[in-house]
Unconditional design. Sequence first.
Length: 260
Amino acid sequence: MESGLSAPDWDAPWYAPWRDAGQAVAGRVAKGLPVHEALNRQDGPHPVRFVPQDALPEGAAYERFTFEQRQCPTREGLHDFFNGLCWLRFPQAKRRLNALQAAQIAAHGVGAVRGPVRDAITVFDENGALLDAPAPLWEALLARQWRRLFVELRPLWAQARVVLFGHALLEKLAAPRKDMTAHVWRAPAPLSDLARADAWLAGALTEDRLAAKPFVPLPVLGVPGWWPANADAAFYDDATVFRPARPVPASARAPGAPPA
C-alpha cells in the first residue's frame, strides 16, 4: 500500500474489529487496485460509492459532495483507506455525521472557524472511540484517576471493550506512540454487536449533544492488553500522557447512564 506509514499490523489488538475487512481491502490494494476500487469490491452494503479524489469538483466542499452525490472522494494511503473501512463498518453513524456536516455547511458556509458542531464532528470522526465498560471504570476515566482505572481496577477490563472509530487514529496507530489519545464516547449498546452499536451511535449523534462535546480523553496504549509496557504500573506515572483531572461535562454520560 502506498503510504508514508508502514502497513498496519493486523495482529494489533486495536485493529481486531477491522481485521477481516482491512486485510481483504489491503490485499486488493497490494495487487494493484487503487484504494477506492478496493473498497468498492468489499462485500456487503455500501452507504457511498468510493471514487478517486479528482472526482471532487474544484472548490467543492468534500462533505457536501459526499452527502449529495453519495460518493466519497478517496486518496491513496492509509488515511482514506481507514476512512473507507469506517464507512463500511459504521454506515449509519458515518452517514449521520456526513449529513450533519453538510447541513452545517449549508447553514453557515465553509469558514476559517468550523463552529462547535462541526468541530465536534471532526474530532470524533478523526479521533473517536467507543467504550463499553462497567460503571467503576467509566467513573475512574471521567475523573482521570489513571492508577485506579488501569491498575486498581485492572481485572474489570476483562468486561470492557474499546472500539476505535476515528480513521485518523486508526491510521496513526500503524506506528503507535504512547501519547496517542482517543476521544471516547460511552456506548450503552454492547460492542460485541457493532451493527447495534452503529444504530445507537447514529441516533445519538445530534447537534446539541455534539456541541456539548460528549467525549472523554483516553490514552489508548494504556488499555490493558493493548501494549506490553503497560503491564508495569509505572507506565501510568507519565504525567505528560496521563494528565490530571479537569471538570467533565454531564454530556459525557451516555443517554440513560448513571451519573459519574
